[in-house]
Design a binder for this molecule. Structure first.
Ligand code: TYM
Length: 327
């Protein structure tokens, strides 16, 4: 069976973007692959974190994975920091990655720009190499992600090929899977920027753990465009985004939704979209809150996931060692 690997950073509040761009698709393909779904708690350290908050966010992320339908019988769910092979393989890959290619990563450039490139952490610069190690350790064939991960995952493919060329066939070169709708959910208050769980403006995102009334209110207040027609077009970025969310959440094509709302106003459309999003998220929220009531059980699930992950990660790391002459 082919393998799938993907992960989410346990920072901020996981959003409907994380659900539609990633989680929902993980669940959809779960039966067809051997799956590794990671809470990437090393990546999250690349920007400052409060340890107390982080501890809680790690459990929240895991609870949301399970509540979304990731089944621990079918998928290995674990914390990146608990499988030390991730950091070890990242070092090996660091030694074949080039400063030039890492400097060209737009995510680094964006994040570094915010605080000034000189004060960005070395970890932030190195981020995509650890991400490559995550996937290559499991020889995963497929990586289901949102649109924003493309550049990092292209670098991952480059590193896999480079390693194979230098040291002989070692790693599978993974394919990237990006869904047709929901791959890039934009902020509710600004359809030109991506919806982000680390935003300081709660009105810009719908969190998976938002209660139904908050979800309805946020969607009602979402920015719209001038005019009144509910159509997807480049001059209507806000409505286009809301249509995409509707399409991704219901699995219906945008054209069908446009037809349904012909002659209706933004108000009607947003009211219905609020209900669609509540229907999507409410059961996940309820289940996640239940799981969070028993942190011991969550921790145990993550620990047994890590044990299973190590069984695959260890031999891959050893093989890479051997290839490089470290045996
Ligand atoms: P992260 O934590 O930013 O996001 C997790 C997943 O959610 C997707 N996503 C979105 N999809 C649609 N619309 C949005 N607004 C949106 N925001 C986020 C992301 O594309 C991603 O699939 N570097 C990764 C974590 C990672 C990883 C990996 C992923 C670490 N190692 C290995 C895949 C494979 C990240 O920061 O994702």
């Amino acid at each position: 069976r082919q393998r799938v690997f993907s992960g989410i950073q346990p920072s901020g509040n996981l959003t409907i973007g994380n659900y539609l761009g990633a989680l929902k698709n993980w669940v959809a393909i779960q039966d067809d692959y051997e799956n590794y779904f990671c809470v990437v708690d090393l990546h999250v350290l690349t920007v400052p974190q409060d340890p107390k908050v982080l501890r809680q966010k790690i459990r929240e992320a895991a609870a949301i994975y399970f509540a979304s339908g990731i089944d621990p019988e079918k998928s290995v769910v674990f914390r990146q920091s608990r499988v030390s092979e991730h950091a070890e393989l990242a070092w090996l890959l660091n030694c074949i990655a080039k400063v030039g290619e890492l400097s060209r990563m737009t995510q680094f450039k964006d994040k570094a720009q915010k605080g000034g490139a000189d004060s960005a952490s070395g970890g932030l610069f190195d981020y995509p190499v650890l991400q490559a190690a995550d996937v290559l350790l499991y020889n995963a064939h497929l990586v289901p992600v949102g649109e924003d991960q493309r550049q990092h995952l292209e670098l991952m493919r480059t590193l896999a090929r480079r390693f194979n060329n230098l040291y002989g066939e070692t790693f599978v070169v993974p394919e990237i899977f990006v869904p047709k709708s929901g791959a890039r959910v934009m902020a509710l208050d600004d359809p030109t920027s991506k919806m982000s769980k680390s935003s300081s403006a709660p009105g810009s995102y719908v969190a998976i753990l938002d209660d139904p009334d908050t979800v309805r209110r946020k969607i009602r207040r979402a920015k719209t465009d001038s005019g009144s027609e509910i159509t997807a077009s480049p001059d209507k970025p806000a409505i286009t985004n809301l249509l995409d969310v509707y399409a991704a959440a219901t699995g219906r094509p945008v054209s069908e939704i446009e037809a349904r709302y012909e002659g209706k106003g933004y108000g009607d459309f947003k009211k219905d979209l609020g209900e669609v999003v509540v229907e999507t998220l409410a059961p996940i929220r309820e289940r996640a809150l239940e799981l969070l009531d028993d942190p011991k059980e969550l921790d145990d699930l993550l620990e047994s996931g890590a044990e299973r992950a190590r069984k695959v990660a260890r031999p891959t790391l050893r093989y890479a060692w051997t290839r490089m002459g470290l045996d």
